[in-house]
Design a protein around this ligand. Structure first.
Ligand code: UD1
Ligand code: MG
Length: 446
């Protein structure tokens, strides 16, 4: 039976005090709504519909980067969660199977939890609601259960004192057959304290029709929603705690775990050592046995096995380090392949380049890749020796086994095995310095 996802993301997030729609704020480098989508992946959804409202254009743009991209529908006026779900009706027309409603601002629902909900559906419940035991139930909707039967959900605003004393709360995640879900929403009115169309009212609507409803429970931490910048910081910290713990369990050494920041998609192999104060932006893979030394920043890059990066290295998107590469302090690498065992150890910029195996790049080397309008490539072969302070003015190629003299500005290709010298020849003026300073001192004293 196919499954479809409806992700609610129309809320303004006023408390974020932001020009950005709330669901585009990121945790671990991915927008909040992407975390919800990734959790939903476990259900292999056939159709995915994102309900956007505030900042819908920006949301549409962000969605275009995803593969597969969910369909975005808009809810122009936020009239409540049931009304939001209703906006997905057309996008799901003719869809068979279940629809699961997730919130775009709730990033931590676990895939296993969604699987338990679909299991409860298969076991026969018409409507399955994800609930949790709240330590402090605050303003959450309360679940009214009779034995295993969920009779209704009452919103805090509408609840009596006795109902408010209930600590079983609604997370907002709901599963039902798609066409049943929309039929039930047709029965939902807005005659309540908030004047909104509550999605939660589908439970009572189902019971009125003699359908069954049940709750599946998860840990309260999974239901954490983001409403403010401080919630966002708490969510980030929660994500980092878990990602660090997973890395440690997977055989990665984090010397000071609390100082290492990971992304939603960071992949680190066994026996990798990560020293303190390392930041992994999105899109990083580090192979077995590599070492990432202190104060390095990596994003969109691949580090081969046995490589040593840092301290103080910056790997930018497209940096591809093969096995046993060395990248040292104050080196920046962007969109460049570095061959097996090559070394780029000090104070260097390598951009839009390829470097062959075993090549050594001396201190202070720069690939001058940008002419002010276009970017050009530098190709350096294998077993090359680039002398310190070489400026490689791209497009340019240095052949296998070649070398450049220290301080050279290399503007044309260097053949295999050749040496390029591109600098003024040294001229020594005997006694010049002594006479020069003597003259200056005499001038000061006169
Ligand atoms: C909702 C639930 C409540 C539950 C709580 C869990 C309802 C009526 N209440 O309350 O039982 O305990 O979540 O956090 O469903 N949204 C839209 N369009 C709208 C309204 C909301 O897209 O018109 C989106 C919001 O962006 C948000 C989600 O739906 O992602 C929930 O809306 P919110 O206003 O936060 O609902 P709560 O009052 O918190
Ligand atoms: Mg809320």
């Amino acid at each position: 039976m196919p499954t479809h996802l409806i992700v609610l993301a129309a809320g303004q997030g006023t408390r974020m005090k932001s020009d950005l729609p709330k669901v585009l704020h990121t945790v671990a480098g991915a927008p909040l709504f992407v975390h919800a989508l990734r959790a939903g992946d476990v259900l292999a959804p056939e159709r995915v519909v994102l309900v956007a409202g505030h900042g819908a254009d920006a949301v549409k743009k962000a969605v275009a980067d995803l593969d597969p991209a969910p369909q975005v529908v808009t809810q122009d006026e936020q009239l409540g969660t049931a009304h939001a779900v209703l906006q997905a009706r057309e996008a799901l027309s003719g869809a068979t199977g279940d629809a699961i409603v997730l919130y775009g601002d709730t990033p931590f629902i676990r895939p296993e939890t969604l699987e338990r909900m679909t299991k409860a559906r298969r076991a026969g419940a018409h409507v399955v609601v994800l609930g949790f035991h709240a330590a402090d139930p605050g303003r959450y909707g309360r679940l009214i259960l009779e034995e295993d039967q969920l009779e209704r959900i009452v919103e805090w605003k509408d609840a009596s004192e006795t109902e408010r004393a209930i600590t079983l709360c609604n997370s907002g995640v709901v599963a039902a057959d798609a066409s049943v879900l929309f039929d039930l929403i047709d029965d939902v009115g807005n005659d309540n304290a908030a004047g909104e169309y509550y999605l939660t009212d589908i439970v009572a609507a189902a019971r009125r029709r003699g359908l069954t409803a049940t709750a599946v429970f998860c840990d309260e931490a999974e239901t954490m929603g983001v409403n403010s910048r401080s919630d966002l910081a708490v969510a980030e910290a929660a994500f980092q705690d878990r990602a660090r713990a997973t890395a440690l369990e997977d055989g990665v050494t984090l010397v000071a775990p609390e100082t290492v920041f990971l992304s939603h998609d960071t992949v680190i192999g066994r026996d990798v050592v990560v020293e303190p104060h390392v930041v992994f932006g999105p899109g990083v893979t580090v192979e077995t046995g590599a070492t990432i030394r202190a104060f390095s920043h990596l994003e969109g890059c691949h580090v081969g096995s046995g490589a040593i990066v840092g301290p103080y290295a910056r790997l930018r998107p497209g940096a591809e380090l093969s096995n046993d590469v060395r990248v040292g302090n104050f080196v920046e690498i962007k969109n460049a392949e570095i061959g097996d065992g090559a070394k780029v150890n000090h104070l260097t910029y390598i951009g839009d380049a390829s470097i062959g195996a075993r090549t050594n790049v001396g201190a202070g080397t720069v690939t001058c890749n940008y002419d002010g309008v276009l970017k050009h490539r530098t190709e350096i072969g294998a077993d090359v020796f680039i002398g310190s302070d070489t400026m490689l003015v791209a497009p340019v190629r240095v052949g296998d086994g070649a070398m450049t003299a220290t301080g050279s500005v290399v503007t044309s290709d260097v053949p295999d095995g050749a040496m390029a010298v591109g600098r003024a020849r040294q001229l020594n003026k005997p006694d010049f310095a002594r006479r020069f300073f003597a003259r200056l001192r005499a001038a000061r004293e006169s």
